[in-house]
Design a protein around this ligand. Structure first.
Ligand code: ADP
Ligand code: MG
Length: 246
């Protein structure tokens, strides 16, 4: 018996002639933190987008919570899946016309049917968790990038996801704001959240990940514990990559 919450089996995805994911198999266990690293263009975002069905694979299977994602129809079935998978992007994607707390309350009220009072209480508690309780009434443009990204994380958490997917959440930030977002993510990892994180932050990956997946040329070239991966990368591809980034 495995404890896998996500099971990926021989996943393939191409865009026309461009074979981006050639054969990916992997499992994510409940409570695990996976960091996916690899060169730009290697298919990391495409992989995450397949996980929450923003892309449909050409072949192979993704099983989430025992459900084959290929069986889910566009519309309500996919919406329900996406409620269980919070996604945080590089560019925050907050609604600019709503203040912070409205951003967080919207989906729980609209999608989950929570009352305003309930959603408000939850939103404030999440804002406290990400250190932004005093910013509830501000608009996204008045916040720094790091603050906006922490709001985006709180907004995703408001849906009580089973898994959080992060696609380079700190890549668009000024360097002095990277730390506060990584700290928020680390707290989340320590709280037991299952997380799949695409990142170029090697320090974070080394410290927080249970497993590193190194992706290049359409394959997961290595899956290993961080201390093993960083000390003894086995593939030439990973050795070259680490030589450049470390
Ligand atoms: P990474 O996130 O590792 O940088 P991506 O998954 O964004 O890589 O992209 C992998 C490859 O797939 C790239 O060659 C990119 O141009 C291509 N690609 C990604 N999305 C699309 C798309 N919607 N249509 C066509 N090609 C795409
Ligand atoms: Mg990407």
């Amino acid at each position: 018996m495995t404890n896998a919450i996500i099971k990926v089996d021989h996943l393939k995805k191409n865009f026309g002639k461009n074979e981006v994911l050639k054969d990916i198999s992997a499992e994510v266990d409940q409570g695990q933190v996976i960091c996916i690293i690899g060169p730009s263009g290697s298919g990391k975002s495409t992989f995450l987008r397949c996980l929450n069905v923003l892309e449909r694979p050409m072949s192979g299977k993704i099983i989430f919570d025992g459900t084959d994602l290929a069986s889910l129809k566009d519309g309500q079935e996919l919406d329900e899946l996406r409620e269980k998978m919070g996604m945080v992007f590089q560019n925050f994607n907050l609604f600019p016309n709503m203040n912070v707390i409205e951003n967080i309350k919207l989906a729980p009220m609209k999608v989950k049917g929570e009352s305003e009072a309930e959603a408000e209480k939850e939103a404030l508690s999440l804002l406290a968790k990400v250190g932004l309780k005093d910013r509830a009434q501000q608009y996204p443009t008045s916040l720094s990038g790091g603050q906006q990204q922490r709001v985006a994380i709180a907004r995703a958490l408001a849906m009580h996801p089973e898994v959080m997917l992060f696609d380079e959440p700190t890549s668009a930030l000024d360097p002095e704001m990277v730390g506060e977002v990584l700290t928020t993510m680390k707290d989340l990892a320590n709280s037991g959240m299952t997380m799949v994180v695409v990142t170029h932050e090697m320090g974070f990956a080394r410290e927080v990940a249970d497993e590193i997946w190194f992706m290049a040329d359409g394959y997961l070239q290595e899956k290993n514990k961080p201390e093993e991966f960083f000390a003894h990368p086995t593939s030439k591809r990973a050795q070259d990559f680490l030589a450049k980034v470390l």
